[in-house]
Design a protein around this ligand. Structure first.
Ligand SMILES: Nc1ncnc2c1ncn2[C@@H]1O[C@H](COP(=O)(O)OP(=O)(O)OP(=O)(O)O)[C@@H](O)[C@H]1O
Ligand SMILES: [Mg+2]
Length: 279
């Protein structure tokens, strides 16, 4: 099981959108996936069509952690039932690869452990180091999934640290803009500092560039800056600024099933990023 946090200490850069795009790619490639929505706003859960019921959310499980505890609140996303609409057939993205051992038939698995305001109390409480193991504990033994995507809040909070402590990989999302480059520097140095505690090692990290506008010199400049700062860690391909992101999210629809060439291009990029993560 590969556990990946999608994180950034800057808000609104596209963390939830990257989680949704990767979840869509995983669904298409039939990689059994759990999305853990750690953000108290629950945006990823909403777009995946799963709503937390009282006491059935990530925050409640983290309050009383026990091994495998997330299984009790994980619900299947209606995305798994989305047909390929007639207009879409022919434009549907072929992921072009299948991870070893993935089932070729049967209902795909895309579950969501929904977020809610219930997790926000965890960010205010004074946390001891051992409390940061809570997410790792509740993920323990969920063998049904090959991939876990964790949508983090935009702060270096206890929730974000719990996510990093549980993860094999942390992807930091960055827009090619001055403030976002600064935010990415903060995120990556916080991650490096977290690792130097030597209690946890995050073996892998990456910077996903989102909302790139090819026609903008300023954005090209910021992209080069990110590449100079983070070198190999900058994930290829970058994700374009595209209205289809908001359209698909507004309809709670996976981008791989959305019609049109813009959706198809975006879907291909998410599939490539997923492939790089799983290999
Ligand atoms: N590549 C993109 N093209 C166009 N719009 C995008 C793109 N990525 C994200 N957006 C839009 O930008 C807004 C913010 O994105 P999102 O909610 O994913 O960011 P976030 O980092 O999760 O925010 P928060 O810090 O509040 O959790 C949303 O309306 C989303 O639809
Ligand atoms: Mg978000």
């Amino acid at each position: 099981m590969q556990i990946v946090s999608i994180s950034s200490l800057k808000g609104g850069v596209g963390k939830s959108s990257v989680v949704l795009g990767l979840a869509s790619a995983a669904l298409e490639a039939r990689v059994p996936t759990l999305v853990v929505d750690l953000d108290p706003h629950g945006d990823a859960s909403t777009a995946l069509g799963v709503h937390a019921r009282a006491g059935q959310d990530v925050g409640s499980v983290l309050r009383r952690p026990r091994k495998g505890g997330l299984a009790a609140v994980a619900a299947p996303s209606p995305w798994t039932r989305h047909p390929i609409t007639p207009e879409v057939s022919g434009t549907q993205q072929d992921p072009g690869w299948q991870p070893a051992g993935s089932p070729a038939v049967g209902r795909p698995v895309l579950d969501v452990a929904p977020g809610s305001a219930a997790s926000s109390h965890l960010d205010h409480a004074a946390f001891r180091t051992k409390d940061l193991k809570r997410l790792e504990t509740v993920l323990h033994g969920l063998e049904r999934y090959e991939l876990v995507l964790i949508d983090c809040p935009p702060t270096l909070s206890a929730l974000t640290r719990m996510a990093w402590a549980a993860s094999h990989m942390v992807l930091s999302v960055a827009e090619p803009s001055l403030f976002s480059v600064a935010g990415t520097k903060r995120t990556m140095s916080a991650l490096a500092q977290f690792e130097t505690s030597r209690i946890w090692a995050v073996p892998d990290a990456g910077v996903v560039v989102n909302r790139f506008r090819d026609g903008s010199d300023e954005q090209h400049h910021r992209l080069r800056e990110l590449q100079e700062l983070f070198g190999q860690l900058v994930v290829d391909p970058v994700l374009p600024d595209a209205p289809v992101v908001q359209q698909a999210q507004g309809a709670a629809w996976p981008v791989h099933r959305w019609p049109g060439t813009a959706a198809s291009d975006l879907a291909g990029r998410f599939s490539s990023i997923l492939q790089g993560m799983l290999h």
